[in-house]
Design a protein around this ligand. Structure first.
Ligand code: ADP
Ligand code: MG
Ligand code: ZN
Length: 494
């Protein structure tokens, strides 16, 4: 039998504000020392009053606009009542009936498919419960209590585990472009719950949805994909054996790679929502929304299209660039410097695409390699866009071998010097002169009689070893094509 999966995601995102949602405590979910960013408001002491963080409101609106949502002119905060140790007030200030934003969508880049967004609202994060291993008690850290938390809920438009992961990744990218959140899933700044159901595909196109299961504890994109995949399979097996899927909440067990039941949901939890009496309703003027709209940066989807048009790079390279905003902003700066250098050096304009390709190549492999896994940040990166651009024109102008280019780039990275200065100091010039290359080749041949015997007994790959030795001898300066020609000539004439 064939089944149609339907998946809706609920995503919680910690917003990047200076202070918490309703008090002036520092918003830092990464703080290691427990209970340092706390006050009587976020601890829920009696008699205190919350104040709305304007920045948080702006960040939600920014996200909502970027996701094509309708912004409510009036929205309300409500109390969501339940008891849990991580909730000091006994209720969470959240939004329920009147969220800030509704009816948006996000487009999946690989397919162009539209995933509708039902709502985006604002609430406060809870404290962190810590369960020390082997102990029979738990600990509470209130640093996180009251951090502004944005919740985004999709319609059940997602239809595979792959789409669920793609949605999550594209959302993270958008949040980072907007600078709304760092949205790092491993750090809990973006947390996802997946609602999964399947229905049997029959002849009639039925719009009915199956019974859904909600999956919690998804702490990575991989977990989102694996858990949804697992759940679809599990539900299919139940239907296959004529059983019934129970509506329940399940947790993803990363180690075992399975979902396990957490609690059954007979009816909706009764949170006894009611309007927060200590806060006014949120009224937004057109002016206010318009001003936020003006701060929207170019979105990843727009940048993808533009990069493809402007730079004629492969889709894979474009995607790598798009996925790293800091890097693609640097890349664009280098490109504009590159055009200047080309003009200065009289390099023809039709070489532009070729040079940009060289640039992408060196930036994404060599330059990132030099960072040894550290995140790229322009302000910590020792090579200025101007120098990087000059470096690219030098490769072209002086016909540098790739080995020489690597040495030059490494030296720029280490010393922050201009590539032209390093070139002079190190006398980096490619060796093209045939007489000179012949001399080097002869020397190498004398030094490696075994390789010569190998070559002459038919192991043609021995020549690669000899070229490598010539490169080593010249610190990478010898023209590799000519080295090969001359070596072949010398060896076959012997
Ligand atoms: P709940 O009240 O249990 O939280 P909601 O109706 O508010 O459920 O929906 C929460 C999420 O579950 C939304 O993302 C929604 O798209 C998704 N969802 C609802 N019904 C289904 C279903 N039958 N299959 C898959 N996802 C669903
Ligand atoms: Mg829910
Ligand atoms: Zn506080």
């Amino acid at each position: 039998m064939k089944y149609q999966p339907k998946i809706g995601l609920e995503v919680h995102i910690e917003l990047k504000t200076r202070s918490k949602m309703f008090c002036s405590c520092i918003n830092n979910s990464l703080e290691k020392r427990p209970n340092v960013n706390i006050c009587s408001i976020c601890l829920g002491h009696p008699g205190v009053l919350p104040t709305i963080n304007e920045k948080a409101i702006k960040l939600v609106i920014k996200t909502a606009l970027a996701l094509n949502c309708k912004i409510a002119k009036v929205s309300k905060f409500e109390r969501k009542n339940y008891f849990y140790p991580d909730l000091p007030k006994g209720y969470q200030i959240s939004q329920y009936k009147e969220p800030i934003a509704t009816e948006g969508f996000l487009i999946l880049p690989s397919s162009g498919k539209k995933i509708r967004i039902r709502r985006i609202h604002l609430e406060e994060d809870t404290a962190k419960l810590i369960y020390p291993e082997g102990k029979n008690y738990s600990l509470l850290d209130f640093n996180r209590a009251g951090i502004p938390l944005m919740e985004l809920v999709t319609e059940p438009d997602i239809e595979s585990a792959k789409e669920a992961k793609e949605f999550a990744k594209e959302l993270q990218l958008i949040l980072r472009y907007l600078d709304v959140s760092d949205a790092d899933m491993e750090k809990g700044q973006m947390r996802i719950e997946a609602n999964v159901s399947i229905t049997q595909i029959s002849g009639v196109n039925s719009q009915n949805l199956g019974t859904k299961v909600e999956i919690k504890n998804l702490n990575s994109f991989r977990a989102v994909e694996k858990a949804v995949e697992y759940e679809i399979k599990r539900q299919a097996e139940i239907l296959e054996s004529r059983g019934e899927v129970v509506q329940e909440t399940r947790g993803w067990n990363e180690k075992k790679g399975i979902t396990l039941p957490q609690r059954e949901k007979e009816e909706a939890h009764d949170y006894r929502y009611f309007p927060e009496p200590d806060l006014p309703s949120l009224e937004l003027s057109d002016e206010f929304i318009k001003e936020i709209k003006l701060t929207l940066p170019e979105m990843p989807s727009q940048k993808r299209v533009r990069f493809l048009e402007e730079f004629q790079l492969s889709e894979k390279v474009i995607e790598t660039l798009i996925n790293n905003k800091n890097l693609n902003e640097y890349f664009e700066k280098v490109v504009s410097e590159l055009l200047r250098w080309m003009k200065d050096k009289g390099i023809e304009e039709n070489k532009k695409a070729e040079l940009i390709k060289t640039l992408a190549n060196f930036l994404l492999t060599e330059a990132l390699g030099l960072l040894k896994g550290k995140t790229f940040r322009e302000k910590n990166f020792p090579i200025t866009p101007e120098n990087f651009a000059e470096f690219i024109t030098i490769i072209k102008e002086k016909n540098l071998t790739s080995k020489m280019a690597k040495i030059l780039l490494e030296e720029m990275f280490k010393t922050k010097k201009d590539p032209s200065d390093i070139l002079q100091e190190k006398e980096l010039r490619r060796v093209d002169d045939e007489i000179q290359i012949t001399e080097i080749a002869q020397k190498i041949i004398k030094m490696h009689p075994q390789a010569i015997r190998d070559f002459q007994s038919g192991k043609r790959e021995a020549i690669q070893f000899l070229i490598g030795q010539m490169m080593r001898e010249t610190k990478g300066k010898v023209n590799p094509q000519k080295a090969k020609e001359i070596l072949t000539k010398l060896l076959t004439n012997n």
